[in-house]
Design a protein around this ligand. Structure first.
Ligand code: CDT
Length: 301
C-alpha cells in the first residue's frame, strides 16, 4: 500500500481588488485544515493567486503584467512555501508565469514535502480567443495573454508515486491523460476556473457544465488507471460566476470526494497509489493492448 492523503483545496472567489497576500492567507488557512485532516499533499486551483483576469480585455502590457509572477516563490508566496514545509505537506498550485525572456504562461508547480519545486507544467490547451469578441456575453482571453505551454506533459516521481499535472481546459482532452498514462502516471493534479455559464450559449445549465467536468476527469482516470484530483476556483468574481465541483477520482473512475459549495473548501481522500496497479496490468496494459498502427491520424492532423 502506498497511501497519500490528498487534499483538494477548492478556493472561493478572488476579486480584482484582492491582494496576493490576502489570497495566500486563505491558502495557508486551508493548509492548516489539511494538516488537521492528515493530508500529505494539497492541490490548489488554476491561477489561484489572483482573480481569473483573462475575462478582462487589456491593451496595456504593464496592466497585463500586473497579474503575472516573475519568480516562484516570491515575496507574496514565500509564507505559503514556509507553511507547507513546516507542515510537511507537498503542494501544487497554479499561477500566471512571466519568464525572464518575457514569455507568458499559465503555469502550475508541484513541490515535495520540504517545499522544493520538483515539477512545473505550462498549460497546453488555451481556450477562448485573443481579440475582444462582441458576440460573447463575457470575454475569455487566454489566447491573448498566454503562450501555449512548451513543456509537454511530464510526470515526476514524488512521494513514491508518479505524478503529473494539467490545467483546466486540458482536462477535457483525452490525449493529455494518455500521454501521462504512457509514462505510468498514478496521480494527475489539475486546477480550473470554469465559468458557470457558457458565454456563447446562454441557456446552457450549470448541471451540464458540471457533468462535462466530471465526465472528462472520470474517463481520464479510468482509461489510464490513475487517480485524478480536480480543484476549482469557484463563486462570484466581480459579477462573473465560476462553478465548483472539485472532485477526487479513483483509478476506476469513481468520484470518492466532492466539494459541496463554491467557497474555500477542503476535500480529502486517502489515495492508495497501488490501486492503479490492477488496471495498468490488465485492461489498460498499454504495452500489450494498444494498436498504434491505427492511431497515426491523432498526431498527423
Ligand atoms: N480556465 C479554463 O480553461 N476554462 C475553460 C473554459 C472554457 S470556455 C472558453 C474550461 O475548459 O473550463
Amino acid at each position: 500500500m502506498r497511501e497519500i492523503v490528498i487534499g483538494g483545496a477548492q478556493m472561493g472567489p478572488i476579486q480584482k481588488a484582492d491582494s496576493r497576500e490576502a489570497v495566500v492567507e486563505r491558502m495557508i488557512a486551508l493548509l492548516k485544515q489539511a494538516k488537521g485532516a492528515g493530508c500529505d499533499l494539497v492541490v490548489f486551483p488554476e491561477l489561484c493567486l489572483t482573480t481569473f483576469f483573462p475575462r478582462w480585455y487589456m491593451e496595456d502590457p504593464a496592466e497585463v503584467d500586473f497579474w503575472f509572477e516573475r519568480e516562484m516563490p516570491n515575496g507574496a508566496t514565500k509564507p505559503l512555501f514556509d507553511a507547507a514545509k513546516q507542515a510537511g505537506i507537498a503542494i501544487s498550485f497554479g499561477y500566471a508565469e512571466l519568464t525572464p525572456e518575457g514569455q507568458h504562461f499559465n503555469t502550475s508547480i508541484l513541490t515535495d514535502r520540504e517545499g522544493n519545486i520538483v515539477g512545473k507544467y505550462r498549460k497546453v490547451h488555451l481556450p477562448g480567443h485573443s481579440e475582444f469578441d462582441t458576440e460573447r456575453a463575457f470575454q475569455h482571453l487566454e489566447k491573448r495573454y498566454f503562450l501555449p505551454g512548451d513543456l509537454g506533459f511530464p510526470v515526476w516521481r514524488n512521494m513514491d508515486a508518479l505524478m503529473g499535472m494539467c490545467i483546466c481546459n486540458d482536462r477535457r482532452w483525452p490525449e493529455v491523460y494518455r500521454v501521462m498514462g504512457l509514462q505510468g502516471v498514478e496521480l494527475v493534479m489539475l486546477g480550473y476556473n470554469t465559468p458557470s455559464v457558457n458565454s456563447q450559449m446562454a441557456d446552457e445549465g450549470l448541471e451540464k457544465r458540471l457533468y462535462h467536468s466530471d465526465l472528462s476527469m472520470t474517463a481520464g482516470a479510468y482509461q489510464n488507471s490513475t487517480w485524478v484530483v480536480g480543484v476549482a476556483k469557484a463563486g462570484d468574481e466581480d459579477g462573473h460566476p465560476l462553478m465548483g465541483g472539485s472532485i477526487i477520482v479513483d483509478p476506476n473512475g469513481y468520484v470518492v470526494a466532492r466539494a459541496a459549495g463554491e467557497g474555500d473548501e477542503l476535500i480529502v481522500h486517502a489515495c492508495d497509489m497501488d490501486a492503479c496497479n490492477f488496471g495498468k496490468s490488465t485492461i489498460f496494459d498499454f504495452a500489450r493492448h494498444r494498436r498504434i498502427e491505427h492511431y497515426g491520424r491523432i498526431c498527423s492532423q
